[in-house]
Design a protein around this ligand. Structure first.
Ligand SMILES: CC/C=C\C=C\CC(=O)SCCNC(=O)CCNC(=O)[C@H](O)C(C)(C)COP(=O)(O)OP(=O)(O)OC[C@H]1O[C@@H](n2cnc3c(N)ncnc32)[C@H](O)[C@@H]1OP(=O)(O)O
Length: 280
């Protein structure tokens, strides 16, 4: 890792370059099944904000270490404000809780907003905030052993860090979303594939990792201007009407169509010769 790298000082996640331009980010509390403690939560946000600012990163692969993707919120080490009011009055406690939830949300929104495609590779359990995080990723693959649960109702709360906002936009069936959110029942990789939560299932975690890295490498070879713009416009268009999306795309591309990548890519296509693109 380069000296002064923004990815060097993490304790609960590991971020390393698999290739010159593909960053692998791994949740790294395998003994706790990658349950998210406050430090991990902060590091996820910090890491993806660094990804956004780092021209060397073109694609990220996000996974869990050990036997699981993530067991969700760390139930033993949860943020101190969550379970005790410390005798504060209700409005002050509410203000603190609101700030806490906004900060947790921001960590996953940093994945959505990092401008580089994020490929989630899920093996083992993906529970609670694991699902919230998953829905903020661009592409979701899993291995056959993956088990998912939108667990929050079983803990007496409505999910508040992304699932209830993003899952309906990720999968086609509102009825299915409501079923899994109301019941917290476990579902497996076949069901996740059928509903479109993941786009591919692999026989084992090694095949999953290989496929995620292969996909990341192929995307990383494309024009970063085109890939970054595509992510940005897909996100914008998902959250706006078609006519708003089209209008915004026209303005965006009025700038981006001036990229040298365009002439380079067209020439490469016509001559059938591979080409490379400068980083952002
Ligand atoms: C403001 C709120 C913001 C966000 C809210 C998010 C809500 C959620 O995320 S809800 C989901 C919470 N998570 C859970 O309910 C999962 C609880 N864990 C389990 O059900 C199981 O541990 C398992 C994940 C299915 C894994 O089972 P198994 O493989 O049999 O391992 P275990 O022996 O049970 O666990 C090993 C080790 O990990 C610890 N651990 C597991 N999950 C958590 C967790 N969520 N928090 C803290 N620690 C966890 C478990 O206690 C074991 O530790 P030991 O020290 O070895 O006992």
């Amino acid at each position: 890792m380069a000296a002064g790298s923004p990815y060097g000082a993490f304790q609960c996640i590991t971020a390393t370059f698999a290739t010159e331009s593909v960053l692998t980010v791994q949740l790294n509390r395998s003994k706790q099944r990658n349950a998210m403690n406050p430090r991990m939560w902060d590091e996820i946000g910090e890491c993806f904000r660094a990804v956004r600012a780092d021209p060397d990163v073109r694609v990220v692969v996000l996974s869990g270490s050990g036997g699981a993707f993530s067991a969700g919120l760390d139930l033993k080490e949860s943020p101190s404000d969550l379970l005790s009011s410390g005798n504060r009055d209700a409005s002050r406690q509410a203000y603190r809780l609101r700030t806490l939830v906004l900060n947790l949300q921001a960590s996953f929104t940093a994945i959505q907003d990092c401008d580089k495609p994020v490929i989630a590779a899920v093996h083992g359990v993906c529970i609670g905030s694991g699902v919230d995080m998953l829905t903020a990723c661009d592409i979701r693959y899993c291995s056959a052993d993956a088990i998912f649960s939108v667990k929050e109702v079983d803990l007496g709360l409505a999910a508040d860090v992304g699932t209830l906002q993003r899952l309906q936009k990720v999968v086609g069936s509102d009825s299915w979303v409501r079923e899994v959110c109301f019941t917290a029942r476990h579902f497996g990789s076949d069901e996740a594939l059928m509903q479109g939560l993941v786009s591919r299932v692999f026989p084992n975690p090694q095949a999953l990792t290989d496929a995620a890295l292969e996909l990341a490498t192929s995307i990383a070879a494309k024009s970063p201007v085109a890939v970054m713009g595509t992510k940005h416009l897909l996100n914008y268009s998902r959250d706006h009407t078609v006519s708003e999306g089209l209008a915004y795309t026209a303005v965006w591309n009025a700038a981006m169509l001036q990229s040298k990548d365009l002439t380079k890519a067209i020439a490469a296509g016509l001559t059938k010769k591979p080409t490379t693109f400068a980083k952002l």
